[in-house]
Design a protein. Structure first.
Lengths: 201, 201
C-alpha cells in the first residue's frame, strides 16, 4: 500500500486524499507538522528535496512530489481524467492556473490568517495577494457561469485541484457570497460519489 | 497553421517557441507588449481570461493557455515526452516545481531588474525572492549532479520548462557560476537538435 506524506490542513495534501478515496485506493498516512519544520528535516528531504508535502511514496520506495503531478499519476486511465488530447491539456491548463494564479494568493492568505502568522512583511503584501486571489475567483466564476465543471462538462482532477483551496477560501477572508457559479460548482463537487471532507469528522 | 500569442522576452513564451521548433511545427507569431497592458485588453481576454501569454490558438480558434500545458499538448506522442506512467508524472512534477518554486522567484526578479520596474514594495520582497530562487537552483543542482536531464535520462519538456528562465537567471543577478551541474546541463540542452535561442539573432 502506498504511503502519503501528509498534512491535515493542507489543501494540496487534501487533493490527493480526495482523489484516492474516489478511486478506491487506500494509503497509509504520515502526518507532518509543517508549521514547525518537519518537512525540512533530512529524512524528509531525502523523499522530496524541495521540502514540501504531499509526497506519495510507492511500495518500491519511489517518491513522487507536487500535488497536481500526483493527481495526474493516480488519474491516468480512470474516469477522473478525460482521454482527448486537447481535453487533457485543458485539465493541465487549469491545474497550472491553480498553482500559479490561485494557490499563492488564496491558500497563502488563508494560511497566514488561520494560523495567525501575519507579521509586518506579510501584512504589507496582503492587499496585493487578496486582489490577486479575487482575480483568480473572477476567472473561475466566468468559466463556471457556462460550464458545470472545469473541463469537458464532467468532474475531473481539474475540479479536485481547484476545489481544495476554493472551498476554504473563507478562512482567509475571501467572500464567496459574491460568486454564485462557484458556489453551485462547490455543491456539485461535494455531491460526487465517494467525496470526503478535508477534515474528516 | 496555429497562432502563438507571444512575447519575445518571456521565458514562458520561449518554452513554446523552442518546443515547436524542435518538433518541426511552424506557427504564426503575434507579439504583445506585456509591460503596457496588451494582454489585459478585451480582445485578448476573450482568448485567455487570465490575461497572460503564451496562448496557442489552433486553426479552429480553440485557445490553450499556460505554457506548461501547451508544452504537454505539443509533446504527447513525441520524443519530448516519455511514455511510462511514472515518468510522465515525473515530468509534471518538475513542471509544477518550475511554476511554483522557480518562476515566481527567478523570472519575477529578472523581470523587475531587467525592465527596471523595482519600486519600494518590490524592493522589500527582493531578499526573500532571491533566497527562494537560490533554493530552487539548489534543488536543481542536487538533481543534476547525478542525472544528465530531469527525467528518465533524456531530454524532455521538463528540461525545456526549466531551461527557459534558468539560462537567463543572470539577468536577475543570480550567480550561476556556483552551480557546475546546472551549467553542464544548460550546455547539454543547447546542444539538442533544433535548438533555437530565446532572442533569435
Amino acid at each position: 500500500m502506498p504511503t502519503l506524506h501528509d498534512n491535515a490542513d493542507s489543501g494540496n495534501c487534501y487533493k490527493v486524499r480526495l482523489a484516492m478515496a474516489q478511486l478506491g485506493r487506500p494509503c497509509t498516512r504520515i502526518e507532518y507538522d509543517t508549521n514547525h519544520g518537519a518537512t525540512r528535516a533530512p529524512a524528509f528531504l531525502a523523499k522530496n528535496p524541495n521540502g514540501r508535502v504531499p509526497v506519495l511514496e510507492l511500495d518500491d520506495g519511489t517518491c513522487l512530489a507536487e500535488s497536481n503531478a500526483i493527481l495526474w499519476f493516480l488519474a491516468e486511465d480512470t474516469d477522473l481524467l478525460p482521454t482527448g488530447r486537447l481535453e487533457r491539456a485543458r485539465v493541465l491548463q487549469w491545474m497550472f492556473f491553480e498553482q500559479y494564479s490561485h494557490e499563492p494568493y488564496i491558500a497563502v492568505v488563508r494560511h497566514w490568517i488561520k494560523h495567525n502568522v501575519l507579521d509586518a512583511a506579510r501584512e504589507a503584501q496582503l492587499p496585493q495577494r487578496c486582489a490577486a486571489g479575487y482575480a483568480a475567483l473572477d476567472v473561475m466564476e466566468q468559466h463556471l457561469s457556462t460550464q458545470p465543471f472545469f473541463v469537458a462538462g464532467r468532474y475531473s482532477i481539474a475540479d479536485i485541484a481547484l476545489y481544495a483551496y476554493t472551498h476554504v477560501a473563507g478562512d482567509g477572508g475571501f467572500e464567496l457570497a459574491r460568486y454564485p457559479a462557484i458556489r453551485a460548482w462547490l455543491d456539485r463537487v461535494r455531491a460526487q460519489p465517494g467525496h470526503v471532507a478535508m477534515h474528516a469528522a
